[in-house]
Design a protein around this ligand. Structure first.
Ligand SMILES: Nc1ncnc2c1ncn2[C@@H]1O[C@H](COP(=O)(O)OP(=O)(O)OP(=O)(O)O)[C@@H](O)[C@H]1O
Ligand SMILES: [Mg+2]
Length: 269
């Protein structure tokens, strides 16, 4: 069976799409057959981050409406043959997706032998976010180390435990906490919540901590998931998170401020 992983958050702009692209690419790099779906109808951002925006002809809504087949709409990644993108539509209204339509697409992907389906959720708790999480087996809850993001994530955890298919069937969606835009130096100065603070408030262990990094913007400008960047802490942190999602144990990195050497201290490097 295909495993459905929703990447969600309460607050907007915390790094869901960045995370969806990197997790999907990381799983594909490990040989899994992966589809990543943009549930953010009206905005269409995932295809930009994945670098396939010029190849979008048909989108998720077209498939749900029966205007295109899944095969026509799935865009094969240029880097990995086993990675596919289903883009969101830019023009239609937010109500274009239906529960039945989404279920059919997920079932068809399963029948096509996909191992993982990564659902990039829109922000908030409206219909799109609800549809993105409804069929999920696992949820990656993306949180920034600040109070408002943590508070809104708590609401999402409540929805995952009540408004999903698994919840309705008396089961659980397995939840994973992913901290992004983490700055150990600012945590040390007391300007940001620490990993432990966030873990304690939400009652979840972090599956990954992604540092604040200019590599994220650079990668997205190139249309490349940041996990593929060479010599990037953000890339390494995403790779660790993917490994942990697959059940491997890895020590947490990039959570303490970099120790400055003698020369950089002297010369402010
Ligand atoms: N680790 C990071 N370091 C620095 N910038 C980051 C990091 N992660 C994400 N960003 C930046 O944060 C912004 C929002 O990221 P992204 O689009 O992935 O968030 P989102 O949660 O999908 O947003 P929305 O709720 O609008 O869908 C982008 O400009 C992105 O480049
Ligand atoms: Mg997004």
């Amino acid at each position: 069976m295909a495993e459905i992983i929703v990447v969600t958050s309460g607050k907007g702009g915390v790094g869901k799409t960045t995370t969806s692209a990197s997790i999907a690419t990381g799983l594909a790099r490990r040989g899994k057959k992966v589809a990543v779906i943009d549930f953010d109808v009206g905005l269409r951002n995932l295809d930009l981050i994945m670098g396939c925006e010029r190849r979008v002809v048909y989108d998720f809504v077209n498939v749900v409406n029966g205007e295109a087949s899944l095969k026509q709409a799935l865009i094969k990644d240029k880097r990995f043959d086993n990675l596919h993108v289903l883009a969101a539509s830019q023009t239609r209204d937010k109500d274009a997706l239906t529960k039945e339509g989404v279920e059919k697409v997920l079932k068809d992907l399963d029948a096509d032998g996909f191992d993982y389906i990564v659902a990039d959720s829109p922000a908030g708790i409206e219909k799109g976010a609800y549809l993105a999480m409804y069929y999920a087996d696992k949820a990656v809850v993306v949180v920034n180390p600040e109070v408002s993001s943590v508070r809104d994530s708590d609401r999402i955890l409540g929805l995952l435990a009540s408004k999903t298919k698994r919840a309705e069937e008396g089961e659980r969606v397995q939840e994973f906490l992913l901290l992004t835009r983490y700055s150990p130096a600012r945590v040390e100065k007391g300007e940001m919540l620490s990993v432990t603070d966030v873990e304690e408030v939400l009652g979840l262990k972090a599956v990954g901590v992604i540092p604040e990094s200019t590599d994220v913007l650079n990668a997205s400008n190139k249309g490349e998931p940041v996990i593929l960047e060479a010599n990037s802490d953000a890339a390494s942190a995403y790779e660790d998170a993917v490994a942990r999602l697959l059940g491997e144990e890895r020590p947490m990195r990039f959570t303490t401020p970099e120790k400055k050497g003698f020369f950089s201290k002297m010369f402010g490097g």
